[in-house]
Write a protein that binds this ligand. Structure first.
Ligand code: NI
Length: 229
C-alpha cells in the first residue's frame, strides 16, 4: 500500500526548516548505507543525532501524532527518529532495498522497518528529477510530492531516487515498525477503517450508527488478532 499524506508540515514550518537546513553542513550519505546500497547511493545526509535533525524531527513527530490518516495507515508501534537528506548536482540513489532492522541511534534498541516514509520539503517546481520510484506488485510508481506532503510505502519495496539535475531536493525520511507487520493486513484494516468513518459520517437519522458499530467491532477484533505490541 502506497499512501500520500498531505500537509504534514505547514508553510510556516517549511520556511523554518529551509532556513535552518540552508546553514547546515551535510555529510556523505554513504556513511549510513549497507555495502550494496553504498554502491548506488550518491547523496548528502545529516548525521544521526545531529542536533538540528533531532529538533526538526520532533516537529515532524508532533505533527504525525495528531494525524489520523498516518495513524490509520501505519498503525505505528515504534518510529525511528527522522533523518534528513539533500540531493543536488546529479545526486541520486539507485535501486535498493532498505535494511529490515535498524538500530535506534544512541540506544540499544532496534526497530523493524515495516514502513518507509519520505516527507518532501522542497517545492517540486524548484528542482528537476528527484522522483522517488517505488516498485510494488503493480509495477513502478513515481512519487514527487508538494512540499510538506509525505508518502508512506512498504519497507519491503525496491525503490530509488532519480538524479536531481537542477536545484535542490530536501527531504526527511524515516522508518516505522507497525503493530501489524504485513502490508496486506494493514491495507485491509485501513480500508475498513475508512469505510466505517464514511458510514458513520453519513445522514442525520442515525440509521448508520448500528452498522458502523458492528463494523467497528470487526475492525477491533481483526486488530486484536493481528497486532503485536
Ligand atoms: Ni531506501
Amino acid at each position: 500500500m502506497l499512501i500520500q499524506i498531505p500537509s504534514v508540515l505547514n508553510a510556516a514550518q517549511l520556511q523554518e526548516f529551509h532556513q535552518q537546513l540552508a546553514a547546515v553542513e551535510w555529510s556523505d550519505g554513504r556513511g549510513s548505507a549497507g555495502y550494496l546500497s553504498q554502491q548506488v547511493k550518491r547523496n548528502q545526509q545529516l548525521p544521526d543525532e545531529h542536533p538540528l535533525g533531532k529538533q526538526l524531527g520532533e516537529v515532524i513527530m508532533r505533527s504525525l501524532q495528531r494525524n489520523s490518516m498516518f495513524t490509520a495507515a501505519a498503525l505505528p508501534l515504534k518510529i525511528l527518529p527522522p533523518l534528513f537528506n539533500c540531493y543536488e548536482g546529479g545526486n541520486t540513489y539507485g535501486r535498493h532495498v532498505d535494511g529490515a532492522i535498524r538500530p535506534v541511534a544512541g540506544s540499544m534498541h532496534r526497530i523493524r522497518t515495516d514502513l518507509s516514509a519520505t516527507l518532501f520539503l522542497s517545492d517540486p517546481a524548484s528542482y528537476d528529477g528527484g522522483e522517488l520510484v517505488i516498485d510494488d506488485s503493480y509495477g513502478p510508481h513515481e512519487v514527487k510530492l508538494a512540499a510538506g506532503d509525505m508518502v508512506l510505502y512498504p519497507g519491503t519495496s525496491v525503490h530509488q531516487v532519480k538524479p536531481v539535475t537542477r536545484g535542490q531536493r530536501l527531504a526527511s525520511f524515516f522508518w516505522i515498525q507497525s503493530m501489524v507487520r504485513e502490508d496486506h493486513k494493514r491495507k485491509l484494516l485501513y480500508d475498513l477503517d475508512r469505510a466505517i468513518q464514511q458510514l458513520a459520517g453519513t445522514g442525520n437519522d442515525n440509521t448508520a450508527v448500528g452498522p458502523a458499530t458492528e463494523l467497528a467491532g470487526v475492525y477491533h477484533n481483526l486488530l486484536r488478532l493481528w497486532a503485536e505490541l
